[in-house]
Design a protein around this ligand. Structure first.
Ligand code: ADP
Length: 542
């Protein structure tokens, strides 16, 4: 419906309503419209960054964030990994864990291997120089037809501020091709038994291309839910656990995403808004608890697969399962971000808020803002051909949604915001961090910015001198920068600031739990900054 698609393989030449980038956000000269990628998302969902972001939340809310396997970052946390595993084994000799080592930034199972003991980590060869995450292996996954499988769910992050999240009602289930056995030294290397990646299992002689949505090596998630429901499983509870996992994961990602966002799209300057389709990979445990494996910033939207017709001869053939799930996700994303719909909504909202103040005649409002809206709308219609513009009017009149299937993307945030808002503490810490960044376009805080933060929030006193503040800044910043995360800029990154903030909170509010200490310090800082703003306003007026 009224969608003109243009491909710009050599760079863009026309301003667009929606920019559909192939890989990541980067394009410095977009000043309006919507881009289908958030700045920094690719970096944020790498295995190490995701693990760090989730760990910060696990420190604050250990019970709420127990859906992510215990993880250590290699090489820097190797000694910690060895020590913690030894301690846990000593306290429970019956514990016989397995671990999975996953190279950072890897995908499609690339470089992944299982180990039984920390000493089995391969410290020689090319893997050694690659940072990785080592994670507790989930030994008891739910099996269907004796096979391990994972779930790929599509999630639309429609907006970061305010936070808006949608989840697709259906997803994909990707199956292993060898019957599952709990890991033993003998079967650790059998990737077709332990790894559910489609890209690996497609090479197994046992791979079955699905003819329909509930058989074969790739099925719809709804077909699995039907099976579970017929076995008496509580699928409503399962869905609500999955929704909760998705919202909590995104809450863990938003603080850093906001830092990237303000750096690429500074507030107050013309720029686009962003949205993004994310692929969540989830494993169900035997007891139906969903566990997060990873988040994909660039999930494949292919709806065909390669089939070997005769040895060495391949052909692309349609994949009904992919088509069933993915077409709906793209269609509904476009419906939700439809710029015409947004304008209609803006006009409607404004007409409602104006009703008492002005006379509303059809869609024409006698006020400055609405005239502006009208002009924007007219400008956009010039991009459409005359016939299309005509159809738009008549479509709008009979509700353009009417002819389409119901939305497969369901809003979960802000719908369930009340249940989850208490978790958004690091978002508020990030807001403080961004306030003191000073120079637009940066993602790191300099020593002066940190000092100003301490001074404006009244955090320095006789027990905590400005000299101690400088030492804290240098210590934490140096450690984070030595981890080799991002050397493009010098200064304190958000995670380092969060660590300093937690330290200050623990120092100031001794006998509380960490999340209460942090919440109290945030309140304290926000109170002093609001008072300062008020004072500046009064002085300004004066
Ligand atoms: P990649 O990006 O390379 O696909 P993943 O983190 O998705 O890496 O891991 C690949 C596969 O390994 C997953 O699809 C899953 O089958 C299996 N896997 C990953 N982590 C775990 C884990 N902690 N426990 C059990 N299986 C896992």
């Amino acid at each position: 419906r009224l969608l003109s698609l243009f491909q710009f393989p050599f760079g863009r030449r026309l301003p667009c309503d929606i920019y559909w980038h192939g890989v990541s956000f980067h394009d410095n000269d977009i000043f309006s419209g919507q881009v289908n990628k958030f700045p920094g998302m690719t970096e944020m969902v790498r295995k190490i960054t995701l693990s760090r972001a989730v760990r910060t939340m696990q420190d604050l809310f250990p019970l709420e964030y127990n859906f992510y396997p215990r993880s250590w970052i290699l090489p820097e946390e190797l000694p910690l990994f060895v020590a913690e595993v030894r301690m846990m084994k000593d306290s429970d000799p019956s514990w016989k864990p397995t671990f999975i080592v996953k190279p950072d930034g890897g995908c499609q199972g690339d470089g992944i291997y299982l180990i039984k003991d920390p000493s089995d980590i391969r410290l020689t060869g090319s893997i050694q120089s690659r940072p990785a995450v080592v994670q507790e292996y989930i030994c008891k996954p739910l099996l269907v037809d004796k096979l391990k499988f994972d779930i790929r769910l599509y999630v639309l992050l429609k907006s970061l501020e305010p936070l808006e999240i949608y989840i697709a009602k259906d997803g994909l289930s990707r199956f292993c091709t060898e019957p599952y056995q709990e890991p033993t030294l003998k079967n650790l290397h059998q990737v077709f038994m332990h790894l559910t990646n489609y890209s690996l299992n497609i090479h197994s002689g046992n791979f079955i291309h699905s003819e329909n949505v509930n058989t074969g090596s790739k099925r719809t998630f709804s077909s699995i839910l039907c099976r579970l429901s017929s076995r008496g499983a509580d699928v409503k509870k399962l869905w609500s656990d999955i929704i909760s996992l998705v919202i909590k994961t995104i809450i863990a990602l938003t603080p850093e995403l906001k830092v990237y966002y303000q750096s690429d799209i500074p507030a107050g300057k013309p720029g686009p808004t962003c949205f993004q389709i994310l692929g969540f990979d989830i494993l169900l445990m035997k007891n139906l608890k969903p566990m997060l494996l990873e988040v994909n910033a660039n999930p494949s939207m292919r709806i065909e697969h390669e089939q070997e017709l005769s040895p060495g001869v391949f052909e692309n053939v349609p994949s009904p399962v992919d088509e069933e799930v993915k077409v709906a996700v793209i269609r509904d994303t476009l419906r939700l971000v439809d710029p015409q719909k947004k304008k209609r909504k803006d006009i409607q909202q404004h007409s409602e808020s104006c009703k008492n103040k002005v006379n509303v005649v059809h869609d024409y409002f006698m006020c400055y803002r609405c005239q502006t809206l009208e002009r924007v709308s007219e400008a956009n219609e010039e991009l459409l051909d005359a016939g299309a513009a005509g159809r738009l009017e008549s479509d709008a009149a009979r509700s353009p949604e009417a002819a389409l299937p119901s939305l497969c993307l369901k809003q979960v945030f802000p719908k369930y915001a009340k249940q989850f808002n208490y978790l958004r503490l690091v978002d508020r810490v990030a807001a403080l961090f961004i306030r003191f960044l000073g120079v637009k376009g940066t993602t790191k805080l300099g020593p002066t910015g940190f000092r100003t933060f301490i001074r404006n929030c009244r955090l320095s006193n006789s027990n905590f001198s400005m000299a101690a503040v400088d030492i804290l800044y240098i210590d934490i910043t140096r450690r984070w920068n030595s981890m080799g995360i991002d050397h493009r800029e010098s200064g304190m990154c958000l995670q380092a600031f969060v660590e300093a903030f937690f330290f200050l909170a623990q120092k100031k509010y001794k006998s509380l739990q960490l999340h209460e200490q942090v919440a109290s310090l945030i309140d304290f800082c926000e109170y002093h900054l609001a008072a300062l703003d008020e004072k500046r306003l009064v002085c300004g007026r004066g």
